[in-house]
Ligand binder design. Structure first.
Ligand code: CA
Ligand code: CA
Ligand code: CA
Length: 321
């Protein structure tokens, strides 16, 4: 006799399943038919199915023919369930595989993004380091330039003081270098004659003294000439003429008159014969200005020349105000 213990469910009449804890197969008895070699299968004369919950009881054994049909029915059900379970398992495996592939792709994407982010972070850090280095270098250069600028400012201040001192020295030397009888004004020497001459003689006399008839370049020079006239009631020839072209007044050095100081209603070219200029005073008034007179008349005159140490008078005026 061969016993097979198994636990499974069996269909019942009300479609509820019973659980069997033991299935017994009884070998055929001696009275059973002996199979020939053509029928090698063992024939079980008895299959005892005992309920799991019930006590083993000989009366619960089922007849061999009915058990076989139930077994076949159960086998078919089990086969369907197995196929279903296999299919479910296959779907689960496929799903898991798909999930694993998806996760792998996701992780790879994350890894690539992380790598790119790290690369960008490294680039940004390098750029930041470069900017910081450039800024530090600029600050260092600026500091250095500031120091140089301060040194230059100090040197410039010292040079300015030296220039002022040199200008004062040069001015003193100029003052002492005008010839006797000449007056110094702004690096030029001026001579106011006592004798009277016509304009041409006066011009030649100034030239014989290495000078020229007065050329009034500025208001300051005009005021100086008026203030220094020995006799303010007399007219003094200056280096002004329109002989070349009537009404086109020029200085003796050929330069045009840039700013005139003509008295009211002058020049009038009286009788068509007034072509030389004088500095004169309006009668009865403290008003001085230019007047055109006949060149043949005789008046005192004013000569002008640069002081010997002021040959570079223009530069001196510019750098030693
Ligand atoms: Ca002058
Ligand atoms: Ca004239
Ligand atoms: Ca006149």
């Amino acid at each position: 006799m061969k016993n097979v213990r198994n636990s499974r469910t069996a269909p019942s009449g009300d479609d509820s399943e019973l659980t069997y804890s033991e299935l017994n197969f009884a070998a055929a008895s001696q009275n059973s038919t002996i199979h020939t070699s053509a029928e090698p299968e063992t024939t079980y004369a008895q299959i005892a199915v005992r309920s799991q919950s019930a006590q083993p009881n000989a009366g619960s054994e089922v007849a061999p023919g009915k058990d076989q049909r139930q077994q076949e029915t159960a086998g078919g059900t089990n086969s369907k369930k197995s196929r279903c379970l296999g299919l479910v398992a296959l779907l689960i495996i496929i799903s898991l595989f798909a999930i694993i592939i998806g996760l792998t792709v996701y992780v790879l994407q994350l890894t690539q993004d992380f790598s790119e982010a790290k690369k960008e972070q490294r680039t940004l850090r390098e750029r930041g380091d470069w900017l910081n280095a450039s800024l530090a270098n600029s600050v260092r250069n600026l500091t250095e330039m500031s120091g140089r600028f301060q040194n230059i400012s100090e040197t410039l201040s010292q040079s300015r003081q030296k220039a002022i001192s040199l200008c004062a020295t040069l001015r003193n030397m100029s003052d002492s270098l005008c010839p006797s009888g000449w007056k110094l004004h702004n690096h030029s020497c001026y001579r106011f004659s006592i004798a009277t001459e016509n304009w041409d003689t006066a011009k030649r006399e100034c030239e014989s003294l290495n000078s020229h008839l007065l050329i009034i370049n500025t208001d300051q020079e005009q005021n100086f000439a008026i203030k220094s006239m020995p006799d303010k009631n007399k007219q003094y020839f200056i280096g002004l003429t329109d002989r070349g072209s009537e009404g086109n007044w020029k200085w003796v050095d050929g330069t045009p008159v840039s700013k005139s100081h003509w008295l009211k209603n002058q020049p009038d070219n009286w009788n068509g014969d007034e072509h030389c200029g004088t500095v004169s005073k309006v009668d009865g008034e403290d008003v001085f200005g230019w007047n055109d007179v006949p060149c043949s008349m005789e008046f005192p005159f004013i000569c002008e020349k640069l002081a010997p140490s002021s040959i570079g008078a223009a530069a001196f005026e510019k750098y030693c105000p």
